[in-house]
Design a binder for this molecule. Sequence first.
Ligand code: NOJ
Length: 532
Amino acid sequence: MSTDWLRDAVIYEIYPQSFADSNGDGIGDLRGVIDHLDHLSWLGVNTIWFNPCFASPFRDAGYDVSDYLQIAPRYGTNDDMVELVDAAAERGIRVLLDLVAGHTSIAHEWFRGELAADGPSPEGDRYVWSLNPPLRDTSGDIPGTAAWVPSPGPRPGWYLKNFFDEQPALNFGWARLEPGEPWRDAVDAPGPMRNRQALRDIMAFWLDHGVAGFRVDMAFSLVKDDPGHGETTRLWRDLRAWLAEAYPDAVLIPEGIEPRGQGTPAFDADFLLVIFEQHASLFDNGGAGQVPFHEPLEPFFQAEGGGSFHPFLDAWEGLTSEAPSRPLILASADHDLNRLAHGPRTAAELRPAFAFLLTWGTVPSIYYGDEIGMRYLPGLPDVEGSICNPAYNRSGCRTPMQWDGTANAGFSTAAASELYLPIDPDPARPTVLAQRDDPGSLLHLVRDLIALRKDEPALGARDGTRVLHADYPLAYLRGDDHLVLINPTTDVRTVELPRLDGARLLLGEGVGVNGGAVTTAACGFGIWRLQP
Ligand code: NOJ
């Protein structure tokens, strides 16, 4: 089995609605992505992660799938996906799809079939039904997401949802059975086993179409009332074992961090996304104070220098000491909260943030548009479920990619703003077109950092990472002889560092070495190769 390639991945997340619109209907599509693969290849990324692009009523932007085996007509056809995968492969780029494993849309034929029935299926229900309104929420560990919804009929009773009401939870069984709660199937009951087989069939279908693996949505939500996620992990381990036999190069990446202490890991990596506290402790892409995922905190990447690197470092050290070769994927941002460029963070502050993202020992995942510093736009309306509650507004990080300087930026008709989210109206908004022509742009810096990461394998996810100064400015060693210095603040900072004499600066801004000390200007950074 060789999923080892994941350690060399530089991931680029494409939100298909918003990336590139080839036919001017105001919504992105696969042809648009194919047309812009050269941008990704020029940038140097080697793995695309697509948000769901399957048939869907788009109550939750496609995370409500009505047919897993069909590309949503608005994005194109299954043949377009094959063409895209092939065209990407020609450029050395792999494609990962989003596997929405825990729930479907109410429009899925499985759900419609069970809704039309007057009682449980003799083959085992694919969803979780209760005849009487359950007295308590017994669904388990995701408060506010898994809950009971009254059936719209004809089937009487209630069904369990996983996120929005229109996303009924697939039945993968319950870790604990309770007398008097007949909806709790065992994990190996017929319904859960049918669903497990369905996941295999869906994965096989798309792997046969050439994709390289999956990011698994709400990966740990499958088995309900599963303290420590032991049964859910067992389920994934079962699927992983099958994959290893049938598709040895395919990767499975969870949304989040796989619980430890459950035996052999089921997934090939962990994924630090914006909703996680450790991610917020670096960038705080708007989690604190907006949604109750964690306590408000000061991020390390901020002009004033009031944050701490330790929450992230502790998590990193814990994860890597347990599994040194297991990749930890770190996102610049993603489609669920905010962007790297948000609130008071200036364009200059994005530069040390990217220098960190692309030289730390994590596998980087760049959210489309972050490479040019696209901003989170506050206060946008709800589109396709982007607002989960008044304080949890994902619209502002999902606006159309800013390709060029015209009003429509590749989303070529007014339909873009009427049907979908508006393009950033600021005439000074960053664009790919302008930044491609400007060697001093963020886009060029991100490209240079990716190229450097490739040329100097010590900067990638295989070599060790040792922190020399876990404060402002941050300093760390990669491998035996690469040193990185990052100043997220707008102050001048100086630090004594060993072995800098005679070191070669590979890439840097605003850094000056004087004997064993280095001084950095505001938002400076440096990457050196030391004398062996
Ligand atoms: C996590 C996804 O990232 C998010 O966008 C979605 O709304 C929920 N899961 C439900 O599928």
